[in-house]
Every structure is written in C-alpha cells, then in structure tokens.
Ligand binder design. Structure first.
Ligand code: ADP
Length: 584
C-alpha cells in the first residue's frame, strides 16, 4: 500500500516522537530504579549507625538477653529488620526471632557481609536469612568498644524495593501512553499544516494550468500529491526555460534589426542618460562607445538635439535640425516619449541630400553663368556688325572669327552638359569587354597630336603592349582624352606627358597621366572633380575649358567600377589616376 504524502509525513513524525519517547522512558526507568535501590541502601546504612550508637550504651553486648530487646525496639521504630552479630559470627540479636531461635542460628563468620564489614568497615549483600526464605537487602557496620567487637546488620525485604520499582514502571508506562496519544495528535496536526501549504501551492498551479490551458498533471488524482507537484514544477520550469529562450531570441532579433537599421536610434532614460544606441547613431554623431550611460550634452556637441530631447511632450515630434560644423550636418529627428519615462530618438542624416540640393542650385547658376558670357559676346558683336561694321572687311573678319570661337565654346559646353546628363541619367550603357590599353591610348593620343604639337609636347605611352582591361572602349578613350587634353592644356611647354599602368591589388590596374604643369594644391585635389570647379578660372576659360571634363571622367570611371584621384608630382606637376578592372 502506498501512503499519501500526508500519511508519510504523519508516520514520520509519529515514529520520531516514539523513538525519542521510548529512549527517554528507558533511561528514566533505569535511573529511577537505581535511585530507589541506593536510597534504601543509604537508609539501611544510617540505621546501622543508630544501632551502633545504641549498643555502645549497653553493659554487655555479647549477651542476647541484653541486646535482643534493643534490636527489637530499633526494628519497630524503623520498620526494617535489625540483627547484631558478635566478633565470632554468632547471632546475638535478631528483630524477627525469639531468644531460643537466636541461639540456634547458624554462624555468620563465612558470610560476605560479615567478612566485608570486618575487613573494610562496610559490608553489603542480598540473600535470605535463616530461618526464612525471603530475600533481603543487607547493610553491615562493625563496632568496637570496651565490651567487645561485633556487627550491626540492617535489612529490608527485596520485595519492598521491587514493589516500588514496579509502581514506578507503571507510572512511566502511563506517561508513555499519554505521550503517544499527544504525539499522534501533534503529528496529525503538523502533517495537516504542512500539506495544507502544499495544497495551496497545488491549487495555484492548477489555476495556472487552467488559465494557460497547459497539460499539468491531475494533482487531485495522483496518489502521491508531492509527485504531482514535482511534475508540475518540472513542467513550469521547462516552460520558463522556453520563455527565456524565446525572449533571448526576440532580444537578439531586435538587436540585429536595430544594428542593421539605416536610421540612427537612441533610447534615453527619464534623466536624459543614453540607455541604448545603434551603430548608425554612434557613427552619425561621432560618439564613443563609452557614451552609453552618459548624456548627449556630455558626449555630443549638439545643443539642438538636446533641446529636442528635453521637450516635455506626450506626442512624438519630428524636426529638421542642424549641427554646426565644420562640416555642417543636417538631421531629421523624431523624438517619441516612452511610457516608462524617457525618449526614443530616431535620426536620419539629411546632410548628403541637402548637399546635392545645394549642388543642383549651384549647377543651374553655374550653367547660366557659363552660357551668358559667350552668348553676350556673340550678341554684342553681331549687333556691331549689323550696325555697319559689316562693311569694314577687316573688322567683320575679326568679329566673325570671335563669334565662331564663342559659338564653339557654347557648343562644347552644351556637348559636355549633355554627356554629363546622359551619364548621370544612366542612359549611356557601358558594355564592358577586354580592351587593349595601348590601342585606346594611341587613339586618344592621335586625336590630340596636333594640340600637343602646338605646345611642343611629347605624348609617351609607357604601358605593356599586351596589357588589357575589362572596360567600355569608348568610355576608356573619352577618359584618356579628357585627362591627356587637360595635361596638354596645363603642363609647361616642351615637356613630356606620360601614360603609365600600375597593378592595383590583384584585380585592378591603375592608369596614370603624369605631367609637369603647376599641379593641384593638396587641399583642392578632391574638389577638381566637381562640376565647374576650376583652380585657375581665367586660364581655364582662355584655354576653352568648360570645367566639366574631370566631372565626366569621375562619372565614367565610377560607372565602370573604378576610382579616380590626383596626386602631386615632385618637383612639379600632377599625376591624375583612375583604376579599371583587369581582364581575367
Ligand atoms: P577644364 O575644362 O577647366 O579643364 P576640368 O574639369 O577638366 O575643366 O578641370 C578642372 C580644373 O582642374 C581645371 O580648371 C584646372 O584648373 C584643373 N586641372 C585639370 N587638369 C589639370 C592638370 N593636368 N594640371 C593642372 N591643373 C589641372
């Protein structure tokens, strides 16, 4: 039979009480029994002392006629048996016997209590005394005086002591039974209280199971409710683990999304401390990792963002704000309050968009400006011709050739603008193939040979004949024409312009145009690729430049997957370079 948890608890408590009670009872019984015996022995010993004192008063202690009456009266008063034996072991007085019997009594000289009393001053034994069968407890004390030597013996029936002991046992048994009943009650109460608590836990588990429709074991039916409880706790623990796992997964996914976001995200606590920020936010605001936990004020010099984060509003706000530079940055920031206090800031960097817009505006202004000058010259000169200068042959010739030059300038400007517009719109499809660099460079150089000759320049191509690149042939040629043409325009007369090819990593080649002109100041090396940017405006215009050549180069190279740049050449000159894919 299997006991329920409560039954087992009850039996455990009860056995515990029983074992403790039994041990205590046994020890008590033993101790008290011994106490009774030693109390009787003490009383007998005292009585012998009284006997000795009385005998000392007697004139002759060897005479039974004198001694026996004293012995009888002592026995009467004390309720014990009293005997007197002389130094030879002969009985002189006995409270149980009459004088004739005393004379017949056997000698004590061989008895233990007699010998011990004489030898050690105290004797004791348990035995029957002639002529009766009843066992007695004996205590013997010697005495010596002028009249002679002897022993006083006091005795008590053993039966009396045993009666006291069995009375004690009966009482202990009664106490034991009472304790057993009380223990059973306490054990029942204790197990009831403990299992009551368990029942509460179980009923809560059941309620949880019903709420969540989970498969908790039927706690009422399991024979051992502790078993059901263990199973339920196991199930709940497993569910808690699953929950922790899924929350951890959720957190990882959220973290991944947050980090992958193109927008910068910052979470501030109610005191403005940065609780969380993604990589993008850190990059945008150039914050160190240690900024976590600090405030925007401490780590980013961005008063407008602080002000927006401080706005006390229950609605989310979106504003475009600027961070003073250099470089000047523009952000679109949404600040949304969080229910628990604090704010979530979402930042989008509008700096590139705003820069492009600015460039567009500048571009229109630049184009108008570039066109206005030649058109104004054409207009003025044609008016002069119409006003009569046509008749002056020499003047007409001069004006017409100037007008032609200006018209050519307008044409090349428009052509460049159209090229650029087409490239930017992605209309010019750049199909790529393996192209011999030397051949493309030759074609470009041939077209520019007369211009180079006018300035007494040598065009040298220092590229291995077999070197090929995976590019668009006409785009490569146009890039080379633009770079070589610039070199021809700006380098010093009588020098050499060299085209070189260098490996750039495993997959790329770097083509370089070396000249010996004025070069480009380091701080302007990036800007020369912007549209209409000229280092020396007057000189460029005089040379028929449009300010768009390098912008076209940058676009074409970019569309072929390469990069462009310019380095300084020592002692003077520029190295314009671009990279292309090598043929496989
Ligand atoms: P442009 O038509 O004025 O030459 P580009 O876009 O080709 O326009 O060049 C932009 C500016 O870069 C030029 O105005 C010139 O000041 C400078 N530049 C270009 N190439 C060279 C060079 N090889 N040496 C010195 N300056 C150059």
């Amino acid at each position: 039979m299997r006991l329920s948890f409560r039954g087992r608890l009850f039996s455990l408590f009860l056995s515990l009480f029983l074992v403790v009670g039994l041990l205590a009872g046994l020890v008590l019984e033993r101790t008290l029994s011994d106490r009774i015996e030693s109390a009787v022995a003490d009383q007998l010993w005292s009585l012998t002392g009284v006997g000795r004192a009385m005998l000392a008063q007697l004139p002759d202690i060897d005479d039974p006629f004198v001694v026996d009456p004293v012995v009888d009266s002592l026995a009467r008063e004390s309720g014990y048996v009293v005997l007197v034996v002389n130094g030879q072991g002969r009985l002189i007085g006995d409270s149980r016997l009459i004088l004739p019997q005393i004379k017949e009594a056997p000698s004590f000289s061989d008895e233990l209590e007699f010998k011990d009393a004489l030898a050690r001053g105290r004797g004791a034994s348990q035995r029957a005394l002639w002529p009766f069968e009843e066992r007695l407890i004996l205590s013997a004390r010697p005495f010596v005086d002028g009249a002679g030597q002897g022993i006083v013996i006091a005795a008590s029936p053993r039966r009396q002591v045993e009666a006291l002991q069995s009375d004690l046992r009966m009482r202990l048994l009664a106490i034991g039974l009472l304790s057993f009943v009380l223990s059973a009650i306490f054990a029942a109460l204790g197990s009831h209280l403990i299992t009551g608590r368990l029942r509460k836990v179980v009923s809560r588990l059941k309620a949880h199971g019903e709420d969540h429709e989970e498969e908790l074991p039927d706690l009422n039916r399991t024979p051992d409710d502790l078993e059901g409880l263990t199973a339920s706790v196991d199930l709940l623990l497993a569910q808690a683990n699953d929950l922790v796992d899924s929350l951890a997964g959720e957190r990882d996914r959220f973290g991944a999304v947050l980090q992958a976001m193109d927008a910068g995200v910052m979470v501030l606590d109610h005191q403005g401390g940065i609780e969380l920020m993604n990589r993008r936010a850190r990059k945008m605001l150039k914050l160190p990792k240690s900024a976590l936990g600090g405030t925007i004020e401490e780590h980013a010099n961005f008063p407008a963002l602080e002000a927006l984060a401080d706005v006390n509003s229950t609605e989310s706000l979106t504003e475009e704000i600027e961070r003073m530079g250099p470089p000047l940055q523009t952000f679109l920031v949404s600040a949304a309050p969080v229910a628990a206090g604090g704010k979530v800031l979402v930042l989008r960097d509008l700096t590139p968009v705003r820069r492009v817009e600015r460039m567009r505006r500048d571009f229109v202004a630049n184009v108008s400006h570039e066109l206005r000058t030649p058109v104004a010259i054409i207009l003025a000169q044609s008016e002069t011709l119409l006003d009569g200068a046509l008749d002056d042959q020499e003047m007409a010739q001069k004006f017409l050739s100037s007008m032609h030059r200006q018209a050519e300038r307008v044409t090349s400007l428009i052509n460049d603008l159209l090229d650029l517009a087409r490239i930017e719109a992605g209309q010019r499809e750049l199909e790529r193939e393996d192209v011999s660099i030397v051949a493309a460079a030759r074609r470009a150089a041939d077209g520019l040979a007369s211009k180079a000759k006018k300035r007494d320049l040598r065009l040298e191509i220092d590229v291995p004949a077999e070197q090929t690149a995976f590019v668009n042939a006409s785009a490569l040629e146009q890039v080379l024409v633009n770079l070589l043409e610039n070199a021809i325009k700006y380098t010093n007369e009588g020098t050499a312009i060299v085209l070189k090819a260098q490996p750039d990593g495993k997959k790329r080649l770097r083509l370089e145009v070396w000249d010996e002109g004025p070069g480009i100041p380091a701080e302007l090396q990036n800007r020369v690729f912007e549209r209409f940017y000229r280092v020396d405006k007057g000189r460029s215009r005089d040379l028929g430049g449009t300010g768009l050549g390098l912008a076209i180069v940058k676009h074409l190279v970019g569309q072929m997957g390469g990069r462009v740049g310019v380095d300084a050449r020592e002692p003077n000159g520029a190295i314009f370079w671009f990279t292309v894919r090598r043929s496989q």
